[in-house]
Design a protein around this ligand. Structure first.
Ligand code: ZN
Ligand code: ZN
Length: 197
């Protein structure tokens, strides 16, 4: 009953490596939505013994969340649409699995009744998705999981204006002289430089 997701994973890594602005990040989220909608709907329909359909995703907003990595907003219980919010901090090479886990967590909310929250149906769906698709969706994603994926990089530079995050292997010019640069997204020149290891 599991669909073959290998082509999706092969496509995801290069797309994530190129995702340096919000439009590209939204395209990556759209790619995950496309890949997982049908598998999720069919698996949840079987698991919960009733037809399950993912709400139409009206918009996906990118946030600067570091503790909350994702959100799914359903305005009315009978609403057939929803809005997603995904943290920009998930978009860096090597973080494919955590990103997919967070987007799938929010997609799972978008499949279930608005009042379900992290209730029993959510837990049942989560367990089925993890088992069948080898995901590691959690109820609460730990900051440490994201930190581990970033372990490869030495420096993390975060824009103080828009929260855009850059990872670097070496102490390049931006890492050494952050005040000389402006963010390509928002024009701010306040950067926080963090040495990761
Ligand atoms: Zn949740
Ligand atoms: Zn910025």
């Amino acid at each position: 009953m599991a669909l073959d997701m290998a082509p999706f994973w092969a496509e995801l890594s290069p797309a994530l490596a190129r995702a340096q602005d919000d439009a590209a990040r939204q395209a990556v989220v759209a790619m995950i939505l496309r890949a997982f909608t049908a598998p999720m709907e069919s698996l949840l329909s079987q698991t919960l013994c009733r037809p399950v359909a993912l709400r139409r995703v009206e918009a996906c907003r990118l946030t600067r969340g570091v503790r909350q990595y994702g959100a799914c907003t359903i305005r009315r219980p009978d609403d057939g649409a929803c809005r997603l919010a995904i943290s920009r901090n998930l978009f860096f090479p090597g973080n494919e699995r955590n990103l997919v886990d967070v987007v799938c967590h929010e997609m799972l909310h978008a499949c279930l009744p608005a009042a379900e929250g992290h209730g029993p149906l959510f837990h049942k769906g989560l367990a089925a998705l993890n088992r069948v698709y080898g995901l590691r969706i959690a109820v609460h994603t730990a900051e440490s999981a994201i930190g581990e994926a970033a372990g490869f990089y030495r420096y993390k530079v975060t824009c103080g204006g828009c929260g855009h995050t850059f990872y670097y292997l070496r102490a390049g010019a931006l890492v050494r002289h952050p005040r000389r640069y402006r963010c390509a997204r928002c024009g701010e020149n306040r950067f926080a430089v963090e040495k990761l290891r």
